[in-house]
Design a protein around this ligand. Sequence first.
Ligand code: FE2
Ligand code: FE2
Length: 272
Amino acid sequence: MKDSGTTIRILFIGDIFGMLGKRILAERLPSLLEQERIDCCIANGENAAGGNGLTSNLAKKFRKFGINVITGGNHSFSVPDKDFEFMNQPHILRPLNYPEGNPGHGSTIYELPSGIKVGVVNLIGRTFLHEIPDCPFRSGKAAIEQIKAQTPVIIVDIHAEATSEKISFAWYVDGIASAVLGTHTHVQTADERILPGGTGYISDVGMTGPEASSIGMKPQPVIKKFLFQTHSRFEPSEEGPMLNAVVLEVDSTTGKTTAIKRIYERITFSHE
Ligand SMILES: [Fe+2]
Ligand SMILES: [Fe+2]
């Protein structure tokens, strides 16, 4: 058995939603990073641009706020930037298992000032989603095993609808990934835990955006869609600022998670 090494603290932020999500980060992220003594911050940014996608400018802002790696999801390709050029930057990910030939990439290795490396893998599920990606189990495990040659610390964002798919993937890579963190539903689950092999897990980290919403959008048009089954124009809500995240403690030598803590904060803006 390997000796235990330095513990690193990783903050993973649930789907940043729209303008309010950005304001929440500007307000709270610097103090949260300090308070939690965070070494590496990862955030899902697939809904940052008005609820759909991420733009180059927003990615730059998030980096300034202190986010080191931005992951994506089914909205990664809904961005207004037609060329997707910015997605080729190493710290910006989209799901790895989209068919070959798409722009961007699905994994990266972020190096801390201490030299410790944090691998990040972004996957998308196949159950109850419209996308038809490659198998997240096979491609995800292969990516984790490849990164393993460079670092034992590997965080997986599995962007998926079904909790069964997310937890099954976590069991599949228990002991080889440091953590498997679910995103996409925008609803935080209370099942954070550490699997027997040392893989930290939560079915969904939740959303950083408007709590007074139907998963980010103003409720009324969504209700209308459910009632009448016809097209309804959804608008991002700006009400009820909320930050959802988890903090992981990971042993940098073994790659195992030793603690996982859920964060669900309602934010008050200082200048209001
Ligand atoms: Fe999302
Ligand atoms: Fe999503």
